[in-house]
Design a protein around this ligand. Structure first.
Ligand code: HEM
Length: 228
């Protein structure tokens, strides 16, 4: 029988995501009388969580391949699907919070902030559609129904997806420092840009190391070829 932490890996991720959702709402609403500000904060935090979970789900594969001795490797890999599905849930909440905030103000704000804004929203829509497709087909039964090759081709779109979400956040996100929505108060800052650029760079390095079949074993950097 599998260890409890393996069996509960996915439920624990979903429970953590549920707690985080409540946390985002409480943190945004705490002491805030203006509902518009609450919606701005929730949409930003849900967006950042969605991107964070997306990157986390992508990092796990190359990370555990390059560092095969990482503790809890198999439950982590098993939890990956739950992390991806949670990213989708956060992304949907992010979209709901944005549409809510814009529709209660003036729907023209969907395009009045300018071309960069509209391009950012179009990228956001593309990203959401792709995440939905990945989420809907994340079950084992989908692999059987679609056939391994088609399923793999679809799930490889996660690579362009990451680039699309980063561009989307860059084009519209206040915490990425280039642009900001009309209802965002205060100056944009680039904190999220630095964090996610670093995480993406780490993912690229690990991805390339895995492709070259390099595994880091303490005090030994071993080059494996496909035949082992
Ligand atoms: C229909 C789809 C989408 C729409 C309409 C949309 C809308 C927006 C808007 C308006 C902002 C600016 C928020 C602000 O700074 O106040 C934003 C930022 C952001 N979005 Fe989206 N988004 C969509 C999809 C996505 C998806 C799928 C993800 C991630 C997986 C995502 C991640 C982010 C991130 C990380 C930010 C930056 C947040 C910040 O700067 O604090 N978005 N989005």
């Amino acid at each position: 029988m599998k260890a409890w932490y393996f069996r509960f890996a996915r439920p624990m991720v979903y429970a953590g995501a549920g707690i985080a959702i409540v946390g985002v709402i409480v943190a945004s609403a705490w002491g805030q009388a203006d509902f518009g500000r609450v919606l701005v904060d929730t949409r930003e935090l849900f967006g950042l969580w969605a991107l964070g979970l997306l990157v986390a789900s992508m990092l796990l594969g190359p990370l555990t391949s390059v560092f095969p001795w990482i503790p809890l490797k198999s439950p982590l890999m098993y939890a990956r699907r739950a992390i991806g599905v949670s990213a989708l849930v956060f992304a949907l909440l992010h979209v709901v919070a944005y549409l809510w905030s814009v529709l209660r103000r003036d729907w023209h704000e969907l395009y009045t902030p300018g071309a960069l804004w509209v391009a950012g929203l179009i990228l956001g829509i593309l990203a959401s559609l792709d995440m939905l497709a990945l989420g809907v087909t994340s079950r084992d039964s989908s692999v059987r129904k679609m056939g391994g090759r088609r399923w793999k081709r679809l799930h490889r779109t996660i690579y362009p997806l990451l680039a699309i979400v980063l561009l989307h956040a860059l084009f519209v996100g206040a915490d990425f420092g280039i642009n900001r929505a009309p209802d965002v108060r205060g100056e944009a800052d680039a904190g999220a840009l630095v964090t996610f650029a670093s995480l993406t760079a780490a993912w690229v390095v690990l991805f390339l190391l895995r492709r070259r079949k390099l595994h880091w074993i303490p005090r030994l950097f071993v080059a494996h070829n496909a035949k082992g």
